[in-house]
Design a protein around this ligand. Sequence first.
Ligand SMILES: [Zn+2]
Length: 290
Amino acid sequence: MTRAALAPVLELALRDGYAVPGFVCLGWEDARAFVTAAEAEGAPVILQAGPGCRAHTPLPVIGAMFRHLADAATVPVVLHLDHGRSEEEARVAVGEGFTSVMFDGSALPLGENIRQTAAIVRLAHAAGVSCEGEVGFVGYDGGAASALTQPGDAARFAAETGVDAMAVAVGNVHLQTAQTGGLDENALAAIAAATGGRVPLVIHGGSGVPMTQRQRLSRDTAICKFNIGTEVRQTFGAALRQKLQANPECFDRIELLSATEPAVEHQARAILRALGASGQALGTDQPPVR
Ligand SMILES: [Zn+2]
């Protein structure tokens, strides 16, 4: 049993200068590959169920799958609800054993975002669960434009909500298929200064951030969590396509989907290493197990 809450995992990451990937999970094969990768690297890991995943698979099914993987793992595994939109959704996730819930009130006016996020922080903390909020707005590739996080807003949001992790918009964009963007490091430094460097920061849209910048910012800044989805989904798709093309007679679902796991695992290990998470689950200082 190695289920861990997000707060203690990120607290160690902030203190020791590394970040933990929040891997976007869409099913059994990728979730299993992420945990296998984390075990091979001796790293903590965050399994995330986002809106796309939840629209496809009911939350209780995902929760049971995540719990099974976490409970059998030898490294800390955080079970995270990504982009929750309501208090009810957070309550259901907590009931299903998630150890961390994100409430995304980024489309709301600041005061309302703070009010609703604070309520979910209270709900989560009462159950020993962590809460991530978002201030500013992280946009979508080919969709809604970002609104950069203002340092003053970030300071107020952190102080008034009591969130354990704060997602910020500093040039990051969801769903980017190439690492052509990159983060505005001055904007990031201004947010860290305004919040005293004490609040773990989260970068959604991590796939669009060049690997060298991820590496450096994980070590040197308050960024403690990079959400990674698109690049591992690309790897999954490429591996499946290769399997299908090489084996046109194969029709078995288990054989087809299992063939994606080595490629996803290989890539997840490289990401864990780049963020400095490798080996961090092997030290004596570990987050409490739930
Ligand atoms: Zn996101």
